[in-house]
Design a protein around this ligand. Structure first.
Ligand code: NAD
Length: 484
């Protein structure tokens, strides 16, 4: 196994699933089995949650911010020291080109280092409520947090979403996505095998099918909070089940984001930005700019240039340095995308792509040629649904008002891109875009210091920044009467 063989990590020990069952993970470029992981069940969930609960109550963690900062700093250092190995594991399991894996792991280190800094900033406040009374508002960790992670950016998102929970003093159970569980476990192994100061039971990780053990976590009375990044339907299922025990939930869900391009844009910059927004990671990005809302007067030259970029992307094996776009994650995902492509062919103009790609040694993998459609009806599934593949839909407009209506026309509200050289227009249109991120003259400008998340059905809560840290805390009001 090129990536490795991993057990679960519970209460300070590597252990098999109670049933002894295992799963294999295959590289989507060629189907090669690269990883073996434990296939967990309810019993394993119970053990992991019990370990995290005990650690929360008994270990020196929840109220020791200096220890937390020091442990997380060591983890970040280990990520740097083992950078190439982690990137290779990620690339082999996800099929993403090594250069994209490097960007992802670098981002993850940035989030880790931000968490280190946050750990020592858990400030509260005080209020003099009367002559002889003082109120202290103190922030405490929520308790046992479960991080349920997706496969598309498994390392960055595990770090972005779960590590702030540790920084705030919670104990953690991580449930990686099945497709990329080995890369996640390799990152967790760096910490748990090399940082002896980490108290037993503070970090636990178990692998297994989300459809089975996910629900067990959501309903588990020993879990205080679920932090989830993944699909909309899964997010709704978690929220419904979590309501039974009033768990805190933080949901980072899908998108159908629009790049709005005005005729006064810098065309070189906008073409490159819009192409990267949809074709990076083979379009399997929650924030993908999967719709291009384009001013009609520049449609012809803009589309010609975009088409040239799409047709110039080299698809191939993930570790080949020439590869610019990898496969999609699995056969089911590929078939779903091909189904949407058929819908697109029936309701709009196909500009390029529109087929499964099998050249250049790609015949055993799940590759889709970069695909662009022009002007499908607004209510068609290729405009409204998250396809999660390299499929771009272009919608043209004539007026600013029409552009805004088109940009906001789906149930999602994760991100928007805006391309114009007019400062006034950038400000005015940004205000009216119903999304948690608006990038002006760039796309995917993320920073660990800055909150990100969705409006509408793209999620609840924010990841990263101060809010992405404080969501892992409760506020306790201690009121002291010192009247004599
Ligand atoms: P998914 O919802 O299928 O799976 C995500 C995780 O949930 C996996 O670990 C899976 O095993 C687990 N899971 C599956 N069913 C579950 C259930 N019933 N209860 C609890 N957990 C369950 O999503 P995915 O296919 O891994 O990821 C793709 C989706 O994630 C896309 O919709 C994408 O837009 C979204 N996403 C959002 C963000 C963001 O920050 N907003 C980031 C990345 C991905």
């Amino acid at each position: 196994m090129k990536v490795g063989i991993f057990q679960n990590y519970i209460d300070g020990k590597w252990v098999d699933a109670v049933s002894g069952a295992t799963n294999l993970i295959h590289n989507p470029c060629d189907g090669e089995a690269v990883t073996q992981v434990a296939c967990s069940d309810k019993e394993d969930v119970d053990l992991a949650v019990a370990a995290a609960r005990r650690a929360f109550e008994e270990e020196d963690w929840a109220f020791n911010p200096r220890l937390r900062a020091s442990v997380l700093q060591k983890w970040a250092n280990l990520m740097r020291e083992n950078f190439d190995r982690i990137c290779t594991c990620l690339s082999l399991e996800s099929g993403k080109p090594l250069q994209e894996a490097r960007i992802e792991c670098n981002n993850a280190i940035g989030y880790m280092e931000y968490a280190v800094a946050s750990a020592r900033t858990l400030y509260g406040s005080t209020s003099t409520v009367s002559k002889n009374r003082l109120s202290v508002m103190t922030r405490e960790p929520v308790g046992v947090v479960v991080g349920i992670e997706p496969w598309n950016y498994p390392i960055t998102l595990m770090v972005r979403d779960s590590i702030p929970a540790l920084a705030a003093g919670n104990t953690l159970v991580i449930k990686p996505a099945g497709q990329t569980a080995g890369a996640n476990m390799e990152v967790i192994r760096l910490l748990v095998d090399n940082v002896p100061e980490l108290p037993r039971g503070v970090v636990n990780a178990i692998t297994g099918p989300g459809g089975k053990i996910g629900a067990v976590f959501s309903e588990h009375p020993g879990v205080d909070m679920i932090t989830f990044t993944g699909g909309l339907d899964t997010g709704k299922d978690i929220m419904e089940r979590a309501a039974k025990t009033m768990k805190r939930v933080s949901l980072e869900l899908g998108g159908k984001s629009a790049n709005v391009v005005f005729a006064d844009c810098d065309m070189d910059k906008a073409v490159a930005g819009c192409a990267a927004a949809i074709f990076s990671n083979a379009g399997q990005t929650c924030t993908a700019g999967s719709r291009l809302v384009l001013e009609e007067s520049i449609a012809e030259p803009f589309i010609a240039r975009l088409k040239a970029v799409a047709e110039g992307l080299k698809l191939g094996y993930c570790l080949d340095p020439e590869t610019k776009m990898g496969p999609v994650d699995n056969e089911g995902q590929m078939n779903k995308i091909l189904h949407y492509i058929e819908i697109g062919k029936n309701c709009s103009q196909l500009i390029t792509g529109g087929y499964r790609y099998t050249d250049n040694g790609c015949d055993k993998g799940f590759f889709i040629a970069p695909t662009i459609f022009l002007n499908p009806p607004v209510d068609s599934p290729i405009v409204q649904d998250e396809i999660f593949g390299p499929v771009l839909v272009i919608q043209t407009f004539r007026t600013e008002e029409e552009a805004i209506q088109l940009a906001n026309c789906t149930r999602y509200g994760l991100c928007s891109g805006l391309w114009t050289q007019s400062f006034d227009r950038a400000m005015a249109v940004s205000r009216r875009l119903r999304s948690g991120n608006v990038w002006v003259n760039n796309y995917t400008g993320f920073a660990p210091e800055c909150e990100t998340g969705g409006y509408k059905e793209s999620g609840l809560d924010r990841a990263a920044g101060v809010d992405g840290f404080l969501k892992y805390t409760e506020i306790k009001h201690i009121n002291m009467d010192f009247a004599r």
